[in-house]
Write a protein that binds this ligand. Structure first.
Ligand SMILES: [Zn+2]
Length: 50
């Protein structure tokens, strides 16, 4: 796992759906220590490949 990335990119407290999507899109590129939640997958994929 990319500990440095996680330190620099904490998940916001009470994140909005958009914030979670943006976080997971970045995370999948930089680390991906855990999979994107099923409920966000489509939106994260859309953001990753515009
Ligand atoms: Zn990670």
């Amino acid at each position: 796992m990319n500990g440095a990335w996680h330190k620099a990119h904490p998940m916001p407290k009470n994140p909005t759906r958009e914030q979670r999507i943006a976080w997971h899109a970045e995370h999948a590129r930089e680390c991906a220590c855990r999979p994107v939640p099923e409920s966000l997958k489509a939106d994260v994929a859309r953001l990753a490949r515009p």
